[in-house]
Design a protein around this ligand. Structure first.
Ligand SMILES: Nc1nc2c(ncn2[C@@H]2O[C@H](COP(=O)(O)OP(=O)(O)OP(=O)(O)O)[C@@H](O)[C@H]2O)c(=O)[nH]1
Ligand SMILES: *[C@@H]1O[C@H](CO)[C@@H](O)[C@H](O)[C@H]1NC(C)=O
Ligand SMILES: [Mg+2]
Length: 495
């Protein structure tokens, strides 16, 4: 869709909002004059939209700007409140278009559905499609790339070394969940991460463990960085499996997954880890003081020198998520993640959480690995690999994400299946965030065995630009072409 069309549509929507707003106010005046109370249904709807508006960042809705321009930024609560009725009508208005057939989504109260519409008319066997995808991926990654141009990068350069101690940081920390015996491996990661990025900025680290860190661990780590390091022990209730889990069922299901060679199927701590990163990590008391985190892990590599403050880039562009690798998941681990999600979206007023500019087609594409969609109830299993992720935690703390996570958690399937934090974060983003606010850090060279993001830059060292996997036969696990096709409007706009 062109920008002009978007603008026209937005302009039409503004008109609709203003007209329906006027009608709404008129009705209120009449109702008030006749001293009849609003029906309970009306006030429920109003409440629903209000609480939604309170907790969600509407900055991506450019069409709201002309209305809020007359008031101080950011829009005060009262503005969102007074528009609540009209806002709801605005949503209803657009639903009447048949977006299901033309755009692949229908966002209606208790009648939400999505469909893969194959927007670019992709044809051929899955091998042929994969060959096209590999070619696209390779073409994009082997083209020389510079820094992002959708923000003034010069304004977020590293300070000179003598000014580093006075640097005004973004509201951010670097996080890693690790075990005591991993001090060497996480230490090596920190050393590489410092060289690539953090020695120029000195962002603080938050290292997290389900048991207290040993003195040995703490001593060793501090030698790898000049930045402050906070050591956090996870409270039991944010880590361990809930009492509601049926242990017999858990054992049966884990055994079945293990028979299907699902990695870590029977390792309960791995399930705890996935659930913790999905829904509890950003609620740790020690992380409340931060808005952004950048996650690192043992045994990863960084191949490029990052010379701008990545956190300030996200902050400045209001992006909520940054990733480097997008791939398919083991479908057996997420058999019902999508069906449970549809159940959630079709309950009560939850349809309102969906962002119309979400990455729905990326969630649904079935041309490269159609067997995944079959096993995972229609979900492509495409996700962002979360061992590298830079996240606006306020997105994860939003009412939309929280309500959805609570539903997922209530099913027990972090244990009966092996839902990973990567597909959970990714699905949440694809549904509740504008896809233009999800950023592929194409310029950051990165590796977590066995996958790469290896861009061609003047300073790439140690990887082969365009290579996705250490093993060619794993190239079919790359979902980036689908992200490029369906979630990036203009490939040249950012890099
Ligand atoms: N403290 C703690 N950290 C854990 C535990 N399980 C996993 N982690 C950490 O969580 C992160 C992800 O775990 P990994 O084992 O790397 O999982 P993965 O990346 O899916 O699997 P690999 O391909 O084996 O790397 C790593 O930083 C681990 O150190 C645990 O039980 N306790
Ligand atoms: C940092 O972000 C968190 C979460 O949004 C917020 O609660 C906190 O007040 C922020 N701190 C500063 C100094 O802005
Ligand atoms: Mg790992």
């Amino acid at each position: 869709m062109t920008m002009r069309n978007v603008f026209n549509r937005r302009f039409r929507r503004i008109t609709v909002i203003i007209i329906s707003g006027t009608i709404f106010l008129f009705i209120i005046v009449i109702l008030f004059a006749s001293r009849k109370p609003l029906s309970s249904q009306d006030s429920d709807l109003t409440m629903g939209f209000k609480s939604f508006a309170d907790n969600f960042d509407f900055s991506y809705l450019k069409n709201l700007k002309p209305i809020s321009d007359s008031t101080p930024q950011p829009p005060p609560q009262s503005l969102l409140e007074s528009e609540s009725g009209t806002g709801t009508k605005g949503i209803t208005e657009e639903e009447e278009e048949d977006t299901y057939e033309t755009k692949g989504y229908q966002i209606k109260r208790q009648d939400v559905k999505f469909k893969y519409i194959n927007p670019n008319g992709k044809k051929g066997t899955k091998q042929e499609v994969q060959a096209q995808h590999d070619e696209l991926y390779n073409k994009v990654l082997t083209k020389e790339i510079h820094e992002p141009k959708d923000f003034n990068i010069e304004s977020i350069r590293p300070p000179s070394p003598d000014m580093l101690s006075k640097y005004k940081h973004a509201n951010a920390t670097i996080v890693a969940l690790v075990r005591n015996h991993e001090f060497g491996a996480i230490g090596r990661t920190i050393r590489k991460f410092e060289k690539s990025f953090n020695e120029k900025f000195n962002y603080p680290y938050t290292l997290i463990n389900d048991v207290p860190f040993s003195d040995k661990f703490k001593d060793r780590i501090q030698a790898f960085t000049k930045s402050p390091v906070e050591f956090v022990t996870i409270p039991e209730e944010l880590w361990s499996k809930p009492d509601s889990i049926d242990v017999e069922k858990q054992t049966t299901e884990m055994n079945i997954m293990a028979e299907h060679n699902v990695a870590y199927a029977k390792m309960e701590s791995y399930h705890n880890m996935c659930r913790f990163y999905s829904g509890n990590m950003f609620n740790l008391p020690e992380l409340q003081k931060y808005k952004y985190y950048w996650r690192i892990e043992p045994h990863v590599e960084f191949y490029t020198s990052i010379n701008y403050d990545i956190f300030k880039y996200l902050e400045g562009t209001k992006k909520v998520y940054g990733f480097t690798i997008s791939l398919y998941d083991i479908s057996e681990t997420v058999k019902t993640l999508w069906t449970e999600t549809l159940k959630f979206l079709n309950t009560g007023d939850n349809y309102k959480y969906i962002n119309k500019n979400g990455a729905f087609q990326w969630l649904l594409s079935d041309t490269q690995l159609p067997e995944n969609n079959q096993i995972a109830g229609g979900y492509s299993t495409c996700h962002f690999w979360s061992n590298f992720e830079i996240v606006d935690m306020d997105f994860l703390r939003s009412e939309a994400y929280t309500a959805w996570f609570n539903h997922l958690d209530s099913t027990g399937k972090f244990y009966y299946e092996r839902w990973g934090d990567a597909p959970v974060h990714s699905m949440g983003l694809a549904l509740f965030a504008d896809k233009s606010k999800v950023h592929w850090f194409r310029d950051v060279g990165y590796f977590h065995d066995p996958y790469y993001n290896c861009p061609k830059t003047s300073h790439t060292r140690g990887c082969e630009p365009g290579q996705f996997s250490k093993w060619d036969h794993l190239n079919d696990q790359n979902c980036m072409a689908s992200w490029i096709d369906y979630s990036i409007d203009d490939l040249d706009a950012i890099y």
